[in-house]
Design a protein. Structure first.
Length: 186
């Protein structure tokens, strides 16, 4: 729906309509205007972000240690976020550049296949850290609003900034180091 390398301004009605299987002018029978179409694409992008994060979590090996599992689930959320931004830069831009407030990231339309949105997956992972004693209770309130923008900064640099030229292994190492820093800091 977004042109290669595009974002919300590059959403092409003709392409969006083709993917939806309708004529370009038919999109306006489903959406009030272009802004409504952009917001629908943004919710789709947010749902895809949540799906990528859930896939990262699903790929984790089983462990008997609840603290190890909680830490791995937390890190998988961040790794999935960066992976999505790198793989889908146009959707990543659209997901965040079009939002007027933070509530959009938690709307039901932004949920992935688990029924949880990206911010809810992050909150769940932080709760898991708290339940295992890895995150002190007094530091839990609002921790998602510290972790999220930190990972978002790396994701943005990987999608649109100078880190987009890093090899996948280099970005993976950088992501791991950033997640270590967040893990130690919260």
């Amino acid at each position: 729906m977004a042109r290669e390398g595009g974002g919300p301004q590059a959403i092409v009605l003709r392409e969006a309509s083709r993917r939806a299987g309708v004529a370009p002018n038919a999109a306006y029978t489903h959406f009030k205007d272009r802004e409504a179409l952009v917001q629908a694409v943004a919710r789709y992008a947010l749902a895809q972000l949540a799906a990528t994060m859930a896939t990262e979590q699903d790929a984790l090996p089983d462990t008997e240690d609840p603290a190890v599992a909680a830490r791995a689930r937390f890190r998988a959320v961040g790794a999935g976020y960066v992976r999505f931004a790198r793989a889908e830069p146009g959707l990543f831009r659209t997901a965040f550049a079009t939002q007027h407030d933070v509530s959009a990231v938690a709307e039901p339309a932004a949920a992935g296949p688990t029924g949880r949105s990206a911010i809810e997956l992050l909150a769940d992972a932080l709760d898991g850290l708290g339940e295992t004693g890895l995150l002190p209770p007094e530091r839990r309130p609002g921790a998602e609003f510290l972790a999220w923008p930190t990972v978002h900064g790396l994701a943005y640099l990987a999608a649109d900034g100078p880190f987009r030229f890093l090899e996948p292994d280099q970005l993976g190492d950088l992501t791991a180091q950033l997640l270590d820093m967040i893990d130690r800091g919260i």
